[in-house]
Design a protein around this ligand. Structure first.
Ligand code: FE2
Length: 284
C-alpha cells in the first residue's frame, strides 16, 4: 500500500549575503532549519542585477560534504586548485564530492539573463568524509527528461522517475533529485523511498500538497516544503503551473560538527581541517 508524504513544515527562505557579496535565498542551513539530515544547506540564487551576484564565491575550501550546483539560467565558472575547471551552464548539474578537501572558486558570469540556480549541500557519512574529491559534471542534454501521462515534465538529475535512472549515480545518500514542472490543473505522483528525508522546493507558480490532516495545502513560490515519511509524493496544481525541486536522501544519524564549509563528526576534526589549511596540507 502506498503512503502519501504529507507536509511537515513550510519554510520561507531567508535573504542571505554569502561569498564575496552574493544575495541569495537560503532555506536549509538557517536557524529555522539547521539540518535536514543528510541535507546541510539549500541556497536559491537568482537575479538579473549583476550587483547581486558578480562578486561570486572566490577561493574557499570544503571538507566532508558534497556541493550540488544546478543552474537554470546563466553560467557559473568553476575552478579548483587540483586543476579542475569548467563552466556550469543552463540545465547543467555539478555534483561535487569534496571528500578530504578541495579549494575552489565559483564565479557567476555576468550575462544579460543574469543567473539563476541552486546549491545544495549533502553531508557525507563518516566513513567517506576523507576520500578523494570527485566531480560528476553533467551537461543539460545528458540529463534525462521525461513527460508523465498527466503532462508533467521531469528532469531526472539523480534517483529514478518513471523507470528512468538519473544522470548522477553512486552517491552515498542514494539521493533523488528531480526538477518537476506540473502544468495547470494537473497532478504529479512519484515514488520516494520510505525512510528517506524528502523535501520539495517550489520555485515557480503554486503547488498543492496533502497537509497533515485531510486538508490540502497550497504553497506559493519560493518555499521549502519539508515532507513527512511515506513512499509517494503527490502534488496538484490549480490555475497556475508549478515548478519545484523534489529531493530525497538517506539520513545518516551521525553526530555533526559544522564550521562554515567544513562538516565533520567531531570538533577535533574541524580543528584538524583548520590546521591543514594553515599548514598548506589541506589539498593533497
Ligand atoms: Fe564551494
Amino acid at each position: 500500500m502506498t503512503e502519501t508524504r504529507r507536509v511537515k513544515a513550510i519554510v520561507e527562505p531567508q535573504a542571505v549575503v554569502e561569498g564575496a557579496g552574493v544575495r541569495l535565498r537560503r532555506s536549509i542551513g538557517t536557524r529555522e532549519v539547521n539540518y535536514l539530515d543528510p541535507f546541510l544547506l539549500l541556497d536559491d540564487f537568482g537575479s538579473r542585477d549583476r550587483n547581486d551576484y558578480e562578486a561570486g564565491f572566490p577561493l574557499h575550501p570544503h571538507r566532508g560534504i558534497e556541493t550540488v550546483t544546478y543552474i537554470l539560467s546563466g553560467a557559473v565558472q568553476h575552478k579548483d586548485t587540483l586543476g579542475n575547471a569548467g563552466s556550469i551552464g543552463a540545465g547543467d548539474i555539478q555534483w561535487m564530492t569534496s571528500g578530504r578537501g578541495i579549494l575552489h572558486e565559483e564565479m557567476p558570469q555576468v550575462r544579460p539573463e543574469g543567473i539563476a540556480g541552486f546549491q545544495l549541500w549533502v553531508n557525507l557519512p563518516a566513513k567517506v568524509k576523507m576520500t578523494g574529491p570527485r566531480y560528476q559534471d553533467v551537461r543539460a542534454d545528458r540529463i534525462p527528461e521525461i513527460e508523465s501521462r498527466d503532462g508533467s515534465r521531469i528532469r531526472v538529475v539523480a534517483g529514478t522517475a518513471g523507470g528512468v535512472r538519473g544522470a548522477v549515480t553512486d552517491i552515498a545518500a542514494d539521493p533523488t533529485y528531480l526538477d518537476v514542472l506540473v502544468p495547470p490543473r494537473s497532478a504529479y505522483r512519484g515514488p520516494i523511498p520510505s525512510g528517506h528525508t524528502a523535501f520539495a522546493y517550489v520555485f515557480e507558480g503554486r503547488a498543492t500538497f496533502p497537509g497533515p490532516g485531510r486538508e490540502e495545502v497550497v504553497v506559493p513560490h519560493p518555499r521549502l516544503v519539508v515532507l513527512g515519511d511515506g513512499d509517494e509524493v503527490r502534488v496538484t496544481t490549480g490555475e497556475e503551473p508549478a515548478r519545484f525541486l523534489l529531493v530525497s536522501g538517506k539520513p545518516l544519524h551521525e553526530p555533526i560538527a559544522r564550521y562554515g564549509p567544513f562538516v565533520m563528526n567531531t570538533r577535533a576534526e574541524i580543528e584538524k581541517a583548520l590546521e591543514d589549511l594553515r599548514l598548506g596540507t589541506f589539498v593533497q
